[in-house]
Design a protein. Structure first.
Length: 374
């Protein structure tokens, strides 16, 4: 049986700007139901649900936003239609379920990256570790925190399925959405595995970050959410393919922009320390392109960049590496590629036969995500 519908009025042509607050409310209601369902089992279960609840509060809600855009696109010029029994409230529950996939990915990502905080709060594994230390339990506090956080991430993954299944959309809509949903779950895990492998191997193959970007970011942030939404609204194959094509380009451009900001970003804009990717040793397209170009034109600079990625600590050292990247032409190359991918996505959307409103909103989101430098 579907959980209670959001208490706010919702309609199928709601603009994309309305999605984040609607998703916030829907997730709060879902979590309240889960708290009531599992209340009293044990305090550690309550802590897990509470930690997950804190984790999914706020955020840009990009994945539900793109899924809702897929619904809108299908219904506004895309040749789709809603099944009897599928209404706006059930659709917003369905697209909101994507946030639990995101929660799982980030909780596990924080473990992999040994992160202490996220959004100004302790990460889930650090919260459990702190409880172990506070109560002087047996064993290793760090191992306990990691173990419990892995399970909380798994719980989020399971609840994503539960929320989608209980959304109230028709059985036919669920069946159609299951194909991109299953693909997305595998793709995000594959992307994470590739990311870990690229960093561990020290690969400088410029194709390797492209694979990571395609699976870890583009597919699961933009392409598949658009696909899920379009499937829920029974879009024909040509509309699905058009949205997926635009989504791939937007998603890759979004990640390339993120990588650029990880080296050159203004902390006042990004909220992260400038040069973080250089300090952490992240193997990005920007870094791989800079190394390849510098190897050909300035081997000494290439050697310094290669030695510095992942080892630099001071701002002065970071500035030197930034200069090498700029001089190699990689920064300009990355910027041009971001612009090219965004322009191609915009052209695809504008030529896709969709209604003017949804096209304009999608174009605006694409440009906002790929132009975040000021």
């Amino acid at each position: 049986m579907a959980d209670a519908a959001p208490t706010t009025t919702w309609h199928v042509d709601a603009p994309l700007t309305d999605v984040p607050p609607a998703v916030d409310l829907t997730i709060q209601e879902f979590l309240a139901d889960r708290h009531a369902e599992f209340d009293g089992i044990d305090p550690v279960i309550e802590q897990g649900i509470t930690e997950l609840g804190k984790f999914v509060v706020g955020g840009k809600r990009l994945r539900p936003l793109f899924a809702w855009a897929g619904v809108r696109a299908a219904l506004d010029g895309g040749g789709g239609q809603l099944d009897p029994g599928t209404d706006a409230a059930s659709l917003v529950r369905a697209v909101s379920s994507l946030e639990f996939i995101q929660a799982c990915a980030l909780i596990h990502d924080d473990i992999i990256d040994h992160s202490d905080t996220r959004r100004g709060r302790p990460t889930v594994h650090r919260s459990f570790e702190a409880r172990h230390r506070r109560d002087a339990w047996l064993g290793d506090p760090g191992a306990y925190g990691v173990s419990q956080a892995i399970l909380v991430g798994d719980l989020a993954f399971a609840w994503a399925d539960d929320m989608l299944a209980a959304s109230g959309v028709s059985a036919e809509a669920l069946l159609r959405a299951r194909t991109p949903w299953r693909a997305m779950r595998t793709e995000v895990i594959a992307g994470q595995m590739l990311d870990i492998s690229v960093e561990a191997s020290g690969s400088e193959d410029p194709e390797a970050p492209g694979k990571v970007n395609a699976y870890k970011t583009a597919a699961y942030t933009v392409e598949r959410p658009l696909h899920v939404g379009a499937a829920l609204a029974d879009a024909p194959a040509h509309t699905v393919e058009m949205l997926r094509s635009a989504g791939r380009d937007i998603g890759v451009a979004f990640q390339l922009e993120d990588d650029y900001l990880g080296v050159f970003g203004d902390p006042a804009v990004t909220g992260k320390a400038s040069g973080d990717d250089l300090r952490s040793g992240k193997r990005t397209y920007l870094a791989a392109t800079a190394l390849r170009a510098a190897d050909a034109t300035d081997p000494a600079a290439a050697a310094r960049l290669r030695a510095g990625i992942g080892t630099v600590t001071s701002e002065e050292e970071v500035d030197v590496l930034r200069g090498i990247i700029v001089d190699s032409g990689a920064a300009a190359d990355s910027t041009a590629l971001i612009r090219s991918l965004t322009d191609r996505a915009v052209e695809t959307l504008r030529g896709g036969g969709l209604g003017r409103s949804v096209t304009g909103e999608l174009v605006a989101v694409a440009e906002e995500l790929t132009e975040r430098r000021s």
